[in-house]
Design a protein around this ligand. Structure first.
Ligand code: NAD
Ligand code: TYD
Length: 337
């Protein structure tokens, strides 16, 4: 039996990852450390909280003492680090917490890992550290790091720290850089579930600027299988880009959502653009595909159909998530925009 410390395992991607490990890798135990911020939700782990191979710990990755204790107490073999402040728009309103969690929190994990015989540290990062593309080309692992938002700058800083700990102290690490995820349990501040939720309630769909921004969408389960491949087979010290070869403009994605939900295009409303908005992301995932034999399991059309179906069948989850603080966030972010 091997034991991994997963940080941020009550968030969107982390909870999908924890569920995948518990369902598909019975010889692994998961210690799940999550602060349960607005984005963390124990409902995301429903049916798995009491799983015999799952230990949930409510706590902050900035607490170095706690991390050191968890590593020893549970004889952790590897860390898979998802915990982060993850929303670009929030990073424009208040960048400080992004530095606290994404930079200082990662540093605390690294310090604890350095002083302990860890077998692997996987830093789950993002393609956004590479900045924005024009109409041509894709990000490769050797593309320059040019983050444009406080969110991506904080992730890039964390990636640099991980690399530095590998270089200086021999920490066996991997960094993964994935494109935009979609799927079950995504908090509806992000574009895709926000549009699904609004369309379901016949509310306007706030499209930033001209809506022709391009993202490379990947179904969350496929991101999780890629992280698993990197954890178990990735060569230490390597970066792996992860993407689905599914470039779509925001208007294309929204068009498909409206069609599937049988809602009119008249719900679309173009609103003031996000400052510094990255025009296009696209991932070259050749390295992980050829070296580790990873490939996505679903097409965008299949993944989106599963996602919409999930939100339709989890109306109560959505209702609870958008009650309370979310309403306030939505007003602040969108009213009069
Ligand atoms: P999320 O916001 O849904 O979840 C983040 C989780 O981290 C939450 O459960 C939250 O409670 C927890 N957390 C936040 N601060 C913490 C702290 N100080 N200590 C402990 N836990 C804390 O994020 P997500 O979309 O699931 O993203 C997970 C990771 O994947 C992030 O590192 C993000 O940068 C990266 N990523 C996300 C995407 C995407 O499309 N969502 C794409 C590529 C990479
Ligand atoms: P988002 O889900 O915030 O991810 P990221 O900015 O990290 O790629 O946004 C995806 C795209 O959707 C991005 O181009 C911004 C756009 N967007 C809107 O047009 N309206 C919205 O209300 C949101 C949240 C995003």
């Amino acid at each position: 039996m091997r034991t991994i410390l997963v940080t941020g395992g009550a968030g969107f991607i982390g909870s999908n990852f924890v569920q995948m490990v518990l369902q598909e890798h019975g010889d692994y135990r998961v210690v799940n450390l999550d602060k349960l911020t607005y984005a963390g939700n124990l409902e995301n782990l429903e049916g798995f909280l009491d799983h015999p191979n799952h230990i949930f710990v409510k706590g902050d990755i900035c607490n170095g003492e706690l991390i050191g204790k968890l590593l020893k107490e549970h004889a952790i073999d590897a860390i898979v680090h998802f915990a982060a402040e993850s929303h670009v728009d929030r990073s424009l309103e208040g960048p400080a917490v992004f530095i606290d969690t994404n930079v200082t929190g990662t540093l605390k994990l690294l310090e604890a890992a350095r002083d302990y015989p860890l077998q692997k540290f996987v830093q789950v990062s993002t393609d956004e550290v590479y900045g924005s593309l024009g109409t041509e080309g894709k990000f490769t692992e050797s593309s320059p790091i040019r983050p444009n938002s406080p969110y991506s700058a904080s992730k890039a800083a964390a990636d640099h720290l991980v690399r530095a700990f590998g270089h200086t102290w021999g920490l066996p690490y991997n960094i993964t850089r994935c494109s935009n995820n979609y799927g079950p349990y995504q908090f509806p501040e992000k574009m895709l579930p926000l549009m699904i939720n609004n369309a379901l309630h016949d509310k306007e769909l706030p499209v930033y600027g001209d809506g022709l921004y391009v993202r490379d969408w990947l179904y969350v389960y496929d991101h999780c299988t890629a992280v698993w491949k990197v954890l178990t087979e990735g060569r230490a010290g390597e970066i792996y880009n992860i993407g689905g070869c599914n470039e779509k403009t925001n208007l294309e994605v929204i068009g498909i959502i409206l069609e599937r939900l049988q809602k009119p295009k008249s719900l679309i409303r173009h609103v003031k653009d996000r400052p510094g908005h990255d025009r296009r992301y696209a991932i070259d995932a050749t390295k992980i595909m050829t070296e580790l034999g990873w490939k996505p399991s679903v097409t965008f059309s299949q993944g989106l159909a599963k996602t919409i179906e999930w939100y339709l069948t989890h109306a109560k989850w959505l209702e609870r998530v958008v009650s309370g603080d979310y309403e306030k966030y939505y007003q602040e972010m969108y009213s009069g925009r």
